[in-house]
Structures are given as structure tokens and as C-alpha cells.
Design a protein around this ligand. Structure first.
Ligand SMILES: *Cc1c(COP(=O)(O)O)cnc(C)c1O
Length: 424
């Protein structure tokens, strides 16, 4: 009988050892993605860096794995920065993103010696300069630009609308100029370059090419108007992965190679010197390496629907409820059986929208069967909550037949451990 193994261990053994619901990472797949990105994102014309966007999934163990592959890291909060510090990664390769960083977070990052702040807006720039100058710290900054392009899956859309939450609109030369002027006067904060990020789950290269051409055109403007040259440019993340049969993303390695040639070409054409090109994959680094193992409990027919209930739900995977994300799943112990019945896979959270897969054909399911939902490694655990006081799952990394518990299952006591007052 054919069964699904992850990193050389069968799913039943993993479930017996660690319980369900269980987040399982195939460690080798993570390392391979990191290697493909680093290997292909190289140029003879400029320096390069691949920074993992840690919001997709972060843990000290993963930080260390990826640091060993030569990656840098994006963090967007004190909490993510704390994990990177705990992991002991090279702080020079950390990029502190996010809008509305608090003074405390800025101070924490300055004291930790992060390499880069990615400035979102004029007010943040003022606060950063004040705090860095007061502390006598020197730090590099990238200014986040909204290039007026947004992309999702196949298409990029040129939006002329300057109303994004993130960054400063590319045509808003007044605010961009304010940041440049303020940093020119700052002893502590050096404007090293610019940043843009156009979307997520982008499956072909044309959107990235458009973003690169636009941003390198912007660098040419900055050279002409401001005398700035030899800037660094981060082009963000957003590389798509395969969730369901219909998805056909270009591989991360190929995307990286294409972006390098596009950037080299555009820089030559527009006569600008790029000091360093940075990319920030999140989802593509960990998404397909992750599996969510559930045990199937009760089943029922409701109207036309055959529900199968799993022992987790939107509290460990909010993406279907949040934005209609689609997944596929398999019965890991019954891989050679043909699909026979259409099911709706629902969780145990108290919301009608608590559905993991709205419609999937599987062999006839029995209570107690394992279900493995595929490509759950990104934005699953990292968006998990304690809704309905379900504990968050355990996280296991598996490689060459060895399983390593990286994050423990959250207990009832854990969930109540922050409460300080019970007397009434
Ligand atoms: C979310 C984000 C990323 C990573 O996006 P993925 O779709 O996970 O690759 C990279 N950079 C920035 C600024 C982001 O906000």
C-alpha cells in the first residue's frame, strides 16, 4: 500500500508520535528552495542578497537553517526581530520593515544593530533620525516606494492610485524629497536605496520585470534629479507556489535568474549603477515544504454536502476564510486509492466560514483517517490563533528519517498562562 512520507517518515508515525493537528516541514525542501534562490540570484554587475520574509513562518530553528544557507531576513515587528536575535543571525543582514514601527521597536532594532530600516513614510523617517542620532548609531535605510503596480497571480495592474497603505507613491516626489533631504542631514541614518513590493502569489515573471523596469527608471530619475547613484534596490517578494492542480508557478530559482538579467539590462539601458539588488521571498521558501496533518473525526451529510470534520480549522489555517485560498489534500495512508466521494473539509471552530477545502474528491473516508493538506507551510502557523481556545499545533521538521520537534503543541495551561487575576 502506498503511503505519504515526509522527510522519510510516514505520516501515521508522525501523528502517533506528535499528535494532530500537526504542522510538518520537509526540511530538505526548505533548504533546496533557499539554495535555488541564492544560486540564481547572483550578478557580476552588482551585489545581491536574498532575505527571507519571516512573516510567512518564523521560528528560531528556521532562522538558523536559512542563515546557514546565506540568507538575510525581513522582520516587521519587535516580535519577529526578537526571534532573529534569539537565533543569533547576522544582524547586518536584517531588514526591519513595517509601517508604524513604535519608538520602542526602533530603539530595539538600533541597539540590536540591524543592517537596514525600510522606511515607510515621512513621519517614521523623522522618528528614526531622531532616535538614531540621539544614540549615536549608524544604520542604513531603504525608502519604500509604491511603484503604482500591483500584481496577483498572472497579471500586473498599473494602478495610478496612490492610496496604498504601504510606502510612498512613486509620483509623490514631495514626500520622497523630504525623506531624502532629512536623511542627507542625518549623521546616523544613511539613505542606501529604495524598496518596493508589488504583491503575492505571483506565478510568472512579467510582473517582476515590470516592477524592476519601473523602479530602475525611478533610480534614473533620482540620479538625474538628485544626483543619487549607486543605490541599493530591494524588489520585494511575492513568488507564487503550487496550491492546487491549476497552479503552475515558475520556480523560484528561474524567477530569480530572470530578475537578475532583467535588472542588469534595465540598469545598462537607463545608465544607472545598482550597488546591490535584494529580493525577499517568504511564501516560496516554506509554503510547499509544509503539510498540515489532521485526524478526521465526525462526518455528516448536510443538504447536498458531505462534511468531514478535522481536529483543527481556521484557527490553524485562516487563509481559506480570509481570502478564499484554495488547497488540496490527500489521505496519506491510502495514496493508491482512487477518489470516490466529494467532501467539504471543515474545522471545529465556531464559524460557518471555518472550511479548509470547500470541495474535494477523496477515497471514501473513515473516522480516524489522517488527512494531509498540502502546501500549508506559509501563512498557516504564522497566522494561527487561539480562537475558541484551540491550542496551536505542534511544528515538526523532518529530514532523512529524523523528526525534530521545533515548536511544542500549545496546552490549555499555555493559553491561560498570561491571565493574572481570577478573583472576583
Ligand atoms: C509579505 C512581504 C514579502 C514576502 O511575500 P511572499 O508573498 O511571502 O513572498 C516580502 N516583502 C515584503 C515587504 C512583504 O510585505
Amino acid at each position: 500500500m502506498s503511503v505519504l512520507t515526509i522527510g522519510g517518515i510516514g505520516c501515521r508515525e508522525l501523528a502517533d508520535r506528535f499528535g494532530t493537528p500537526l504542522c510538518v516541514y520537509d526540511e530538505k525542501k526548505v533548504i533546496e528552495q533557499a539554495g535555488a534562490a541564492v544560486k540564481n540570484f547572483r550578478s557580476d554587475m552588482f551585489d545581491t542578497e536574498v532575505a527571507y520574509a519571516s512573516k510567512a513562518f518564523s521560528s528560531v530553528y528556521l532562522f538558523r537553517l536559512l542563515a546557514a544557507e546565506g540568507l538575510g531576513f525581513d522582520v516587521v515587528s519587535g516580535g519577529e526581530l526578537y526571534g532573529a536575535m534569539k537565533a543569533g543571525v547576522d544582524m547586518k543582514k536584517v531588514y526591519f520593515h513595517g509601517n508604524n514601527k513604535s519608538d520602542e521597536e526602533i530603539e530595539m532594532a538600533l541597539d540590536a544593530g540591524v543592517g537596514y530600516f525600510v522606511i515607510d513614510n515621512v513621519m517614521e523617517c523623522g522618528r528614526l533620525v531622531k532616535l538614531a542620532d540621539a544614540r549615536g548609531r549608524r544604520v542604513k535605510a531603504l525608502l519604500r516606494i509604491n511603484p503604482g503596480i500591483s500584481a496577483h497571480t498572472h497579471e500586473y495592474i498599473m494602478t495610478s492610485k496612490p492610496d496604498s497603505k504601504f510606502g510612498i507613491y512613486i509620483e509623490n516626489r514631495e514626500h520622497i524629497g523630504q525623506v531624502i533631504d532629512e536623511l542627507a542631514d542625518s549623521a546616523g541614518v544613511e539613505l542606501a536605496g529604495f524598496h518596493s513590493h508589488i504583491g503575492s502569489q505571483i506565478v510568472d515573471v512579467s510582473s517582476f520585470e515590470k516592477a524592476l523596469e519601473t523602479m530602475i527608471g525611478f533610480l534614473a530619475d533620482m540620479k538625474r534629479e538628485r544626483g543619487l547613484d549607486g543605490m541599493e534596490l530591494s524588489i520585494g517578494g511575492g513568488f507564487g507556489i503550487k496550491y492546487v492542480e491549476a497552479d503552475h508557478p515558475v520556480s523560484l530559482g528561474d524567477m530569480c535568474a530572470d530578475m537578475i538579467s532583467c535588472a542588469e539590462r534595465a540598469a545598462s539601458e537607463k545608465g544607472v549603477k545598482i550597488a546591490k539588488l535584494i529580493t525577499e521571498p517568504g511564501r516560496a521558501m516554506v509554503g510547499e515544504a509544509g503539510y498540515m496533518l489532521y485526524t478526521i473525526g465526525d462526518m455528516k451529510k448536510s443538504g447536498d454536502k458531505n462534511y468531514i470534520f478535522v481536529d483543527g480549522g481556521m484557527s490553524d489555517n485562516i487563509r481559506p476564510a480570509l481570502y478564499g485560498a484554495e488547497y488540496t489534500a490527500v489521505l496519506p495512508e491510502r495514496m493508491d486509492e482512487s477518489p470516490a466521494v466529494s467532501y467539504c473539509v471543515a474545522g471545529k471552530n465556531c464559524e460557518s466560514g471555518d472550511v479548509i477545502i470547500a470541495d474535494i474528491s477523496l477515497p471514501e473516508v473513515k473516522t480516524g483517517d489522517l488527512l494531509a493538506v498540502l502546501s500549508t507551510g506559509a501563512y498557516g502557523y504564522s497566522m494561527a490563533s487561539n480562537y475558541n481556545r484551540l491550542g496551536r499545533p505542534a511544528v515538526v521538521f523532518v529530514r532523512d528519517g529524523e523528526a525534530r520537534l521545533v515548536i511544542k503543541r500549545e496546552t490549555y495551561a499555555d493559553m491561560y498562562s498570561l491571565e493574572t487575576e481570577g478573583r472576583v
